[in-house]
Design a protein around this ligand. Structure first.
Ligand code: MLT
Length: 404
């Protein structure tokens, strides 16, 4: 009999957002008359900006003519997109990143899950707690964890760095040696950002201890305050210890189109082995390139019209964030995030468990959020609400909460 990858059996239940979707469908089936407001998964609601649609129409037409048709895309991405990203997202912002250090992909989720392949199976990984589940799940599937401990809600052999109100949602350096450190800032799920000096300290720590930071910057476009780094490469020395992952999903509403990129500096080496070269090799074998039409759409995000339109969309989501944050605070909730991020992270009232509060909100207000405990044991007692809904629904949800 064949054997399966037994590491999968270590994963308890289903993926967080699949689990929530199942619960919501069951509730809707039982109460078809109830109007549900979905502020759970961080999925966008505004349509793709006109400049991007126009670029896609043009690209679609090109695909219909032999002279302008495009087959397999280069695995690492078309130069037109890599060049503009290198210039606008990095070089013009003072980060010394070149186009050949940028690898276009079909989104940050896949990159987050796949990037661990570059590292030895006995690498010790460190994650924030609470954390975006993909970092943990992908390492568990690969075999870098021990068993799941139902009592602690943690996997053995994974180092968890609690991020709670007590430490300002900033991880502390692990006491033991770790090889791979996943950091996401502005953070999902807490919505809190990291200051440049604090990120610099992590870069120094990684360089000193021979660790690599996987820096998930999927939410950088939501930063509104000065002094908050958009890229880890704003920190000195980051090119020798950090990989950065970016997404077009939150920046330009591409959740249904799939586009992201990984930055792997050529200076990032293990001895004389280049991780940039390894990723190039990996993509060559496992990836056939992001579709031409989607990469042209990505390019349009950087056009003068695209920039204005995308900034307007983000401003609309951030108006929701402010409204939800302020409204909840005025109602007496303790709230975090929401200033440099589209996520509002609140303390559940009366020390309710996160999943109990999830059920309570769904049953009594028809609102779907995400239970903090779903992101890890230190998320217990917290709850996440996204600002990615419409303004009307954000107001309506607030009203329903106030009336509870
Ligand atoms: C979330 O809700 O945490 C995100 O939307 C999930 C994702 O980006 O995959």
């Amino acid at each position: 009999m064949f054997k399966v990858n037994e590491n999968f059996a270590k994963l308890p239940g289903s993926y967080l957002f699949a689990n929530i979707a199942k619960r919501v469908s069951a509730f809707q089936a039982e109460h078809p008359e109830k109007e549900i407001i979905r502020l759970g998964i961080g999925d966008v609601t505004q349509p793709i900006a006109p400049a991007i649609i126009e670029a896609m129409h043009k690209a679609v037409d090109e695909m219909g003519h032999a002279e302008t048709f495009h087959g397999y895309a280069p695995e690492q991405g078309y130069d037109f997109l890599r060049n503009i990203i290198a210039k606008e997202d990095f070089q013009e912002k003072g980060c010394d990143i070149s186009a050949d250090e940028i690898f276009i992909s079909d989104g940050a989720k896949c990159d987050c899950g796949n990037i661990q392949e570059l590292f030895s199976l006995d690498s010790v990984i460190a994650v924030c707690d609470p954390v975006y589940p993909v970092y943990v799940d992908s390492n568990v599937m690969a075999g870098r964890s021990g068993l799941y401990n139902g009592e602690t809600g943690r996997f053995d052999k994974i180092v968890y760095m609690p991020c709670t109100a007590d430490n300002g949602f900033l991880p502390e350096f692990p006491k033991e040696h770790v090889d791979l450190i996943y950091l996401c800032f502005p953070n999902n799920p807490t919505g809190e950002a990291i200051k440049k000096a604090d990120l610099q300290a992590w870069v120094d720590y990684a360089n000193k201890n021979g660790a690599v930071i996987i820096f998930d910057a999927a939410y950088e476009a939501y930063i509104t305050e000065e002094g908050i780094p958009h890229s880890i490469y704003e920190c000195e020395g980051a090119k020798t210890c950090a990989i950065e992952l970016r997404s077009f999903s939150k920046k330009a509403g591409f959740t249904g189109m799939r586009l992201g990129f990984a930055v792997i500096p050529k200076d990032l080496k293990c001895g004389d082995v280049s991780l940039n070269a390894m990723w190039m090799r990996r993509q060559g074998s496992k990836y056939n390139g992001t579709p031409y039409i989607i990469q042209r759409a990505g390019e349009a995000v950087y056009s003068p019209e695209g920039k204005v339109q995308v900034a307007e969309q983000i401003a609309r989501y951030m108006k929701n964030a402010k409204t939800i944050y302020t409204g909840l605070k005025d109602t007496g909730f303790t709230v975090y995030g929401g200033v440099n991020s589209p996520y509002i992270w609140l303390k559940t009232p009366n020390d309710m468990k996160s999943w109990d509060f999830f059920d309570y909100l769904l049953n009594n207000a028809g609102i779907v959020g995400t239970p903090g405990a779903g992101f890890g044991p230190s998320g217990e007692g917290y709850f996440r609400i996204t600002a990615f809904g419409t303004y009307e629904n954000s107001l309506k949800a607030l009203d329903r909460i106030k009336n509870l």
